[in-house]
Every structure is written in C-alpha cells, then in structure tokens.
Design a protein around this ligand. Structure first.
Ligand SMILES: [Zn+2]
Length: 501
C-alpha cells in the first residue's frame, strides 16, 4: 500500500497552491481552499496565452513549431531545470497544408461560387492549376456503396456525407471509416475525395487520411458542411455540379524533428523514471489551445511545482522526466521516436502519464489495459479525491502518445477528461485560447502534479514492464489489436516484434 507521508504531502500542497499564503495542514476539509489557491498559477495562464496567441497553430516542420520548441525549452530552463534539451529524430515525412482553394460550378447555370476547403493531412496535392471534375455524392459512409457505383464515381470527385460529431465515439468512428472509404475511392478511379465537415455551418478542421504517416495517392479535402449539403440537394434534382480544388501541400521527406525533454533526477532511485508528457505540435487552422497547448502549459507548470519543492529540499525519489512531443498529429512520431531514442532504458520507465483531451475535468486515468495499475493510481490520487471523484478505466486505444510505450509493455496512464469543450473545436478553426477552461486547467495541473509526485515517491515497487507475450495478450483482450488491424498498424507491429524489442 502507498503510505502517504502527511508531512511531505502537506509540503507539496504548500508549494502547489501558493508560496505566499500560509497553508494549513493538509486535510480533506482544506480542498475548497486548495481549489481556490490553484488560481496562483499565473505563469500557466501566461504560458498558454503565449503559446496559442503569439506562436499559434504549430504543425511539425513549421516555423511556428520551431519557435514553440525553443520557447518551451526556455520555459523548462527558467523553471530551474538544468537538464533540459531538444532530442532529435528523423521521421519519414512531415505534411503541411499550404494552398487550399475550392470552387463549385452549377453546370446548368454556369454559376460559380467559392467553397471553403481544408486539405486532409497526408493526401496528395492537385496540379498547380487545380483539378476540376463533376461531383458524385454517395448516400452513406458504407464503402460498399462506392464499389456498387464504381462506373458513376470514376473520374469524379467523390463527396462523402457525414453525420454531426457529438461524442468521442463519433470522432473515433470517423477515423475508423476513413481507410475503407479511401481505398474504395482509389479502386473505382475517383479523382479525389471531398469529405463533408462534421461541424455545423462553415467550420473547418483537419481530418487526417493516414494514421501511420503514409501519403495517400489521392487529393482529399474537407468541405464546409453547409456547401456540401447544398451540393447534395442540387445533385438530387439532377443538376450536375463541377468542383475545382487547388491543393498544394508542403512535404518534407526525412525531416529532422525534435522532442523537448526536461528531467529532474531522483535522489533514491534515479534509474526509475516517471514520464509526464503532452504533444507540443498542433494543426494550423486554430491556435492548438485545447489540442494540446493547455496540456503543454500544464506539463511546464507541473515541472515548476516539482522544482519549487526541490528548492525547499523535497526531491523526488524517482526521476521525473517531462516530454513535449512533436509530430503527434502526423502519426505519433515524437513518442514513437522517444521509445527508439531511449531503447536501452525502457525497463527503467515505470510509468508514462499523458494528457491530450484539452482542459476538461479529469475523471480518472485510462490505464491502457493494465489492471495492475489500479491500486497505485487510486492511492496516488486519494489525497485529492475532492477534485474528483476519480475512476480509473482499463481500456486501451490508439490515439495519443502513450501508444508506443504501451506496445513496449510500459505502464501508461492517459487522463480521461470531460470532452464538452474539446470535441467542438477538435483540430478546428475554433481551437483557440478563449475556449480553454482555465480554472479547470489549474485543477488538472494540481491533480497531475500530485499524481506524478506520488508515483515518483511511493515506497512500493511500481508495476513492471510486460513481456512480449503479456503485451500480445493485452492487445487481444482489450480490442487494441482489432483497432491496429483497422488502421493497418498490425503488420508493422508484427515486423517490429520479429526484430525483437
Ligand atoms: Zn492531441
């Protein structure tokens, strides 16, 4: 059992909630006061403002991302962490949108109008002058419908209808549907795909066509919902519609990308490492605030909390490593290469805590199929239960930076959060600073800081790395294997497994 030393814990809270105000001894009753004091995280607010409003959207490979890396490195150093650095890796391909113009012509009347579109990441560019062809709209997202209407779709833009996204399931479903639809579109000779935005009105977002960073040999663009609906109505009344898209995407082959790493050495077990991570990169249409600037600010603030304690003589027993990943949106590049770059110390990594669902209330942690993490997570969060309640889940999914660690048998914890602010702005133009719930972000910072502090300090042995056989079993029982198969990631996993890990 985790034995929380009350004195030590009180000390953490003293630092976490304010250096300037006298803090009463920790007790359950002090939680309201603690919640109020979390408003002393002024730098958290300033950091998020700078990252989102000054630096802005930051796709990996962009100048904004370079600025964000240098800035966050400086923030770790300013927090007093000497061991902070950029960790380089070479990825296969960086993809950025560049020119994205859409125009429709109603053939009968020759009426031409502009349509807002957003290139779909990892799809192909058109020629410089654009690509014009008639549209064919299918009625459902069933790929079989595409195959059934092969003759009509050939040499057309294929318009894919979507239903409005309201839940996390809807979001995942859109990703699950994409591979089969694109492969059917390629098979029947569509010249490109127009994907109806699943947000109301004219709101655009980036929807990637590839989960493993491979280019799809077909121009694809998201099209504003209201215009897509108009087009469908026109087609229903037998009025042909021509669509012209000009897409000029920027590709960087074998780019040098960087993760930002900062580390506080443990004093008793320096060879046991607790990782706290969030991805620094974002898509470019908005400011990358909910996804994932707020959690970058949280990680930096958590580092400040740990350093503030260190200055008062409270050093963690285990090493705490803070990682801000690049290339997450491109296909989990940064975390995948973090595993590769630290391949010889994977046995030392005892837990990887990831935040990537915006600033919504943390309801607990998803333990990546590991029920052996339940007790230690519950106990680590127990002192701040009033900020909960916290319920851990043992599900496993593909979608954020814990994935590659999980495949390596390393215990991972991903914050489960309320998605009501996160989903409407997911990868979209409205992912901006003003949509972040700053008060909840402060509470999440406290929750996460306490969690990693307790993981780093527990006298218990932490659950160990799983063997390949145990990982295989976990993938089967959690359904993760099935997800990997859907996204064509299973073969790659088997290949890596063969090479030995
Ligand atoms: Zn994210």
């Amino acid at each position: 059992m985790l034995k929380l030393n009350k004195k030590t814990f009180c000390h953490i809270l003293t630092i976490l909630f304010s250096a300037s105000i006298a803090i009463p001894a920790y007790s359950d009753q002090s939680m309201d006061l603690i919640a109020t004091r979390s408003s002393s995280y002024t730098q958290l607010n300033d950091d998020l403002k700078y990252l989102t409003q000054v630096i802005g959207g930051r796709p990996t490979g962009s100048t904004a991302m370079d600025t964000a890396m240098q800035w966050s490195l400086q923030r770790f150093m300013a927090a007093g962490i000497d061991n902070a650095y950029l960790d380089a890796y070479t990825a296969a391909l960086n993809w950025q949108a560049n020119i994205e113009l859409g125009q429709m012509t109603i053939a009968d009347t020759n009426k031409v109008s502009k349509v807002r579109i957003a290139a779909m990441p990892f799809s192909e560019s058109t020629s410089t002058n654009g690509l014009e062809a008639p549209i064919y709209a299918i009625n459902s997202t069933d790929a079989n419908e595409i195959l059934l209407h092969a003759d009509k779709i050939k040499e057309h833009w294929l318009l894919v209808p979507t239903t409005p996204m309201n839940t996390m399931e809807d979001l995942f479903n859109e990703y699950f549907l994409t591979p089969s639809i694109l492969s059917a579109a390629q098979k029947v000779g569509a010249i490109g795909v127009l994907w109806m935005s699943n947000r109301a009105g004219s709101l655009l977002y980036r929807h990637s066509v590839s989960i493993d960073g491979k280019l799809i040999n077909l121009p694809c663009a998201l099209i504003e919902r209201q215009e897509a609906q108009k087009i469908i109505e026109l087609l229903k009344t037998d009025q042909p519609v021509l669509f012209k898209a000009t897409l000029n995407n920027k590709l960087q082959e074998n780019p040098r990308n960087y993760n930002v790493i900062a580390e506080i050495k443990g004093v008793e077990k320096p060879d046991e490492i607790i990782v706290l991570g969030a991805h620094l990169d974002s898509w470019d249409l908005g400011q990358g605030a909910q996804d994932n600037g707020c959690n970058v600010a949280l990680v930096i603030e958590a580092a400040r909390n740990m350093m503030a304690m260190a200055r008062l003589g409270q050093h963690p027993r285990r090493t705490i490593r803070f990682v801000l990943y690049s290339g997450e949106e491109l296909g989990l590049y940064g975390s995948t290469f973090d595993v590769i770059n630290h391949i010889n110390e994977l046995d030392k990594i005892k837990a990887v805590v990831i935040l990537d669902i915006g600033s919504g209330k943390i309801s607990g942690f998803s333990l990546g199929g590991r029920s052996d993490l339940l007790a230690i997570t519950d106990e680590s969060l127990a002192p701040i239960n009033k900020l909960g309640p916290f319920t851990q889940t043992t599900d496993a999914f593909i979608g954020t930076d814990n994935y590659t660690y999980l495949l390596e048998g390393i215990p991972t914890l991903v914050a489960n959060q309320d998605v009501s602010h996160y989903l409407p702005s997911y990868h979209a133009e409205n992912d901006r600073f003003e949509n972040v719930d700053l008060e909840q972000l402060k509470l999440n910072t406290t929750i996460t800081s306490v969690l990693i502090w307790n993981l780093a300090n527990t006298k218990q042995d932490l659950p160990s790395r799983q063997s390949s056989n145990e990982v295989r079993e976990l993938l089967a029982t959690t359904g993760l294997q099935q997800q990997m198969e859907t996204f064509n990631l299973w073969g790659k996993f088997l290949e890596l497994e063969k090479m030995g890990r």
